[in-house]
Design a protein around this ligand. Structure first.
Ligand code: HEM
Ligand code: HEM
Ligand SMILES: [Fe+2]
Length: 456
């Protein structure tokens, strides 16, 4: 490790991985409820499991981003973090708030939770991904502000690079667009319209910058390719992201009460969105081909390449499937959406986190050349288990979505929702099986952490 303050990344990474295990576990519990409706009834209803699953996802990704930033910023800025102490304090604040919130979801009925947490003063609760009680939302703002401030101060006092500029732009966007979580218009159309300013402009604009910056950092470190070469790619990827992603928000404004011109704006702009994801594949593979060094941590580069590929498939390809208005009219809100939601979140954001952890964690554990070969081999096994698991889960959900569309939206002989769901039960069993594979993959990954170094 070049700078001792980089070590603050470690608790963030470890906590993010623990939350990931929790997220997947809750996903599995839901998958079982899909098959046995009264599983865990009346202890934990589906809506609570779903809320915990998606909220854990958001919290773990924020943790992952913070860890990644605190690790890479000192090295890029060539100086210690402005305040490592602040980074540690916010870790504990965020962890405590996160755990308290999840316990609240699990043990307090949601309606009671709204009353206990002052939702009547400023109503913000009850929207997908943004269910957090007001105090938690305020806590997120404070933590994010301190995180962005710490990052900016470090860079201002040190070296500025394209990577730090892109990263900070992404972080500022993340912070600003979260503010729409506090704005809940009474009109349901307006509500949805602004809700997407947080959700879409996070995953399809600002987070993409964060992802691009982390990917570039790990590629520089593992391939030794010149910075100038990498910078050009990064600029191109970021420009394409902004051009397509911002107006691309329109692909959520079809048939929901927004003006009709969104059908055109949303379809055309978002059809370009797969492009930056495709560029990331070219970027990663070109850098790997032209590499100047053979870094012993080979698995980190494998994760980097894998991230680019799976993100393109999950976000680019599966996103494109339903992004044109005439198609979306049939697919909207079916399991096809969930299929895309799973592979995109996993491929882009969970995997970029694995990429960074895989590169940085061995160094923080005193292994500058990466983990031992057997440990890397075990990690590679887990890479394939998780990828195959998530792809299988995605294909199963896609099949479920197609059956749903044929059952309920095409032709005249249509059947009801529950009847259609009944006809998909077999596919839901397959989904659950692939979910088990994902969990097994994650546990395999964890086990690679505990392999002894001497085996090298
Ligand atoms: C990493 C990037 C991405 C992530 C994490 C992501 C995630 C998601 C999620 C979770 C949803 C479901 C939201 C909900 O209704 O609750 C969704 C919906 C959608 N996504 Fe993405 N997405 C990404 C990129 C893309 C791209 C690049 C496209 C288009 C090319 C796209 C097109 C869509 C469309 C059209 C919907 C609405 C589906 C519907 O009408 O039901 N997404 N996305
Ligand atoms: C890292 C892996 C995972 C990520 C990133 C993830 C992400 C998500 C997201 C974004 C949603 C909301 C989707 C939407 O409304 O369109 C969701 C819902 C869900 N997830 Fe996951 N998930 C993961 C793993 C799993 C696993 C392993 C399972 C179990 C097989 C699972 C089962 C579910 C279920 C059943 C839902 C609820 C869908 C519904 O409302 O019908 N997830 N997940
Ligand atoms: Fe979107």
């Amino acid at each position: 490790m070049k700078y001792s303050s980089q070590a603050v990344a470690k608790p963030y990474f470890i906590f993010a991985l623990i939350l990931l295990a929790g997220e997947i576990l809750f996903g599995l519990l839901m998958a079982i409820q899909y098959l046995y409706g009264d599983f865990l009834f009346p202890l934990v209803p589906f809506n609570v499991l779903r809320m915990v699953h998606t909220n854990l996802l958001i919290v773990l990704l924020l943790n992952g981003f913070m860890g990644a930033t605190y690790y890479l910023i000192p090295e890029e800025a060539e100086r210690e973090l402005w305040s490592p102490k602040l980074a540690i304090i916010t870790f504990w604040v965020f962890a405590a708030a996160g755990v308290a919130t999840i316990l609240g979801y699990l043990f307090v009925p949601y309606a009671t939770l709204t009353e206990l947490t002052f939702n009547n003063l400023l109503p913000t609760m009850g929207r997908e991904f943004l269910e957090q009680p007001l105090p938690t939302k305020v806590g997120i703002v404070l933590v994010v502000v301190s995180y962005v401030f710490n990052t900016i101060m470090t860079v201002l006092l040190g070296r500025r690079t394209v990577i730090t500029t892109v990263l900070i732009t992404g972080l500022l966007g993340l912070a600003v667009f979260f503010l729409f979580a506090f704005y809940v218009p009474e009109n349901l159309i307006m509500d949805k319209f602004f809700w997407w300013f947080t959700v879409h402009l996070w995953v399809e604009a600002t987070w993409e910058l964060i992802m691009g910056a982390i990917l570039a950092f790990v590629l520089i470190k593992t391939t030794g390719v010149d910075r100038e070469h990498i910078d050009k790619w990064l600029y191109l990827i970021i420009a394409m992201t902004m051009v397509s992603g911002i107006l691309g928000t329109g692909h959520h404004f079809f048939f929901m009460g927004a003006p009709e011109y969104w059908l055109w704006i949303g379809s055309i702009s978002s059809a370009v969105e797969p492009l930056p994801f495709f560029l990331m594949i070219l970027f990663a593979f070109t850098m790997a081909r032209d590499r100047k060094i053979q870094h012993e941590n080979e698995i980190a580069l494998t994760w980097a390449k894998g991230t680019a590929v799976i993100a393109f498939i999950g976000a680019g390809v599966w996103g494109f499937f339903h992004t044109l208005a005439p198609v979306n009219m049939f697919t909207h809100g079916t399991q096809l959406t969930a299929a895309h939601g799973h592979l995109s979140f996993y491929g882009a954001y969970i995997m970029i986190m694995f990429t960074m952890i895989s590169y940085a964690m061995p160094i923080m554990r005193g292994r500058p050349h990466g983990n031992s070969k057997p440990a890397q081999k075990r990690e590679l096994t887990s890479f394939w288990m998780m990828n195959i698991g998530m792809i299988g889960l995605t294909l199963a959900l896609s099949a479920a979505g197609i059956v749903q569309i044929l059952d309920q939206r095409v032709g005249t002989d249509l059947i009801g929702f529950m009847e259609s769901q009944e006809s998909i039960a077999g596919i839901y069993t397959i989904r659950a099986a692939f979910g088990v594979l994902v969990l097994a993959g994650l546990l395999t990954y964890f086990s690679s952490f505990f392999m002894k170094e001497e085996n090298a």
